[in-house]
Design a protein around this ligand. Structure first.
Ligand code: ATP
Ligand code: MG
Ligand code: MG
Ligand code: MG
Length: 476
């Protein structure tokens, strides 16, 4: 069985042998883009190279990039615990060509790595191409030899002209181009249809690798001019690939997650290792620890508030498992054991991660139980009505008095077949802000002991408006 560590190494070795420079992972907080909350894919650190604004000493690169999809445009937080394949924090294996090789090599190497190095049965793999990309179709069909029934053309079927999953663009203008994605069929016993079918969101056919071909420069009027030197940007989820190579269906069954889940089970006294809450805790300890390693601390705004939300969700899952004391910060030790070799910065900052999490755990521990009681009372009362909606004012009371971020309340509600009146929540929030402004005081403020804060460079927070517009619920 291939371990996660071996897979990382295989990937880098394969591309190093084909002339790629191995580049370290960038931090989760992008250094080059104030409009982006978190590094959510491998290409983020190369953005300026694609735009031509930055030159590197190499034209081929490969890396293992830590990514976070929680908050902002890419937000998989609500998928965690519900699908077999989504994490908030995950590792993306990627190879790049900056104006060097293009579709033919990128596709041929991906196929070689999957079917010859890792020996995946070709009949389990299928691919999508963008509906007009005859070049990629031709390479899959004629060079690789994939039969037509396993090459799916994906059109612009999701509304807006460029909304397709198979057409990538960095922004409204600039570099863009078609993608081809590789899927693995986990078998007919799992619900879900192939890509492009109505039930494609099931977990039978799991997308493992996305190959993006940047070949156009989109003009303000929408026309696509060919780029003089087309680029390749690929991303493959390490955990999804590990599941395939380890012969398990879900990401949470791979070696790395088994260890974290076993640790969470021991700390929470849970016998059933398939319990969803254990998965959420195992996912969230990675996201929270790496955020702190990369300079984010829990707070009431911006990135810090995303971190706080993830921590509180994890703590609530511990509470559901019957924990009434501290447990979450104790997950750092097993995490360091499982991932410290690949990420020495995690080992170095272990003490800081533990104390930051512990401080937050103490803080929220005081109100969690009380808040849960309030939630139960509201849920059982007439206030939810026949539509089964938690009133916005109640969600706001949970937020304001008990520190329940509204997405936490919505998550608890979802488990019980309820929803939250978000518009009502926003209205209550706006009202309170107006009142606070009128009274000349401001909410928020420091939330951690000063000596902890002093250890860290504060997260630069440049694009408040852009971040807010990016879909983050900012609370100041
Ligand atoms: P999906 O459609 O399954 O949500 P995606 O199309 O959003 O995936 P991409 O943006 O193409 O994913 O990212 C490249 C690769 O990163 C994916 O093919 C997948 O292997 C992996 N990946 C994406 N999102 C996640 C996630 N939340 N957790 C784990 N791996 C992920
Ligand atoms: Mg996705
Ligand atoms: Mg996809
Ligand atoms: Mg994709």
């Amino acid at each position: 069985m291939k371990t996660t560590a071996e897979i990382r190494r295989d990937f880098l070795d394969f591309f190093a042998a084909r002339g790629h420079t191995i580049v370290p992972s960038a931090p989760l907080v992008p250094g080059n883009d104030p409009t982006l909350l978190f590094t959510n894919s491998g290409m983020v650190q190369f953005k300026d190279v694609f735009l031509g604004a930055e030159k590197r000493s190499y034209v081929r690169a490969a890396d293992v990039q830590r990514c976070l999809r929680a908050g902002g445009k890419h937000n998989d937080l609500d998928q965690v615990g519900y699908t077999a394949r989504h994490h908030t924090f995950f590792e993306m294996l990627g190879n790049w060509s900056f104006g060097d090789y293009f579709k033919r090599d990128a596709i041929a190497w991906a196929w070689e790595l999957l079917t010859q190095v890792w020996k995946l049965p070709p009949e389990r793999l299928l691919v999508t191409v963008y509906h007009t990309d005859d070049e990629a179709y031709g390479i899959w069909h004629d060079v690789v030899g994939l039969p037509a029934e396993r090459i799916v053309r994906i059109g612009d079927n999701k509304g807006a002209p460029f909304a397709s999953d198979n057409f990538w663009q960095m922004a409204d203008t600039g570099p863009c181009g078609p993608c081809t994605e590789i899927f693995y069929d986990h078998g007919a016993h799992i619900p879900g249809g192939p890509p492009g079918s109505p039930d494609e969101d099931g977990d039978r056919f799991i997308e493992i690798w996305n190959l993006v071909f940047m070949q156009f420069d989109r003009q303000p009027d929408g026309t696509l001019l060919p780029l003089p030197a087309p680029c390749v940007d690929t991303g493959m989820g390490l955990e999804r690939l590990a599941a395939v190579l380890q012969g398990v269906h879900g990401n949470y069954e791979i070696d790395l997650f088994r260890r974290l889940i076993a640790a969470a089970a021991a700390l929470t006294g849970t016998a059933d290792l398939d319990n969803k809450s254990l998965r959420v805790i195992a996912d969230h300890i990675r996201a929270c620890s790496f955020l702190i390693v990369d300079g984010v601390l829990p707070s009431n705004e911006g990135r810090g508030y995303v971190l706080r939300r993830i921590i509180r969700r994890a703590l609530r899952h511990g509470w559901m498992l019957g924990v009434r004391g501290e447990f979450f910060w104790k997950m750092v030790a097993p995490l360091v054991e499982a991932m410290g070799e690949a990420y020495p910065e995690l080992v170095d900052q272990r003490g800081l991660v533990e104390s930051a999490l512990r401080a937050e755990e103490e803080r929220f521990g005081e109100t969690l139980e009380h808040g849960m009681r309030i939630f139960d009372e509201v849920a059982a009362s007439d206030a939810v009505g026949p539509a089964r909606v938690i009133p916005g004012a109640e969600a706001f009371r949970l937020y304001d008095t008990y520190g329940f971020p509204v997405d936490l309340t919505a998550d608890i509600a979802r488990e019980r077949g309820l929803t939250v009146d978000m518009a009502g929540f926003d209205a209550a929030m706006a009202q309170q802000r107006a009142a606070a402004r009128a009274a000349g005081k401001f909410g928020g403020g420091a939330t951690l002991p000063a000596e902890l804060v002093a250890h860290l460079q504060p997260t630069q927070f440049l694009g408040y408006d852009t971040l807010a517009a990016d879909g983050l619920d900012v609370v100041a």
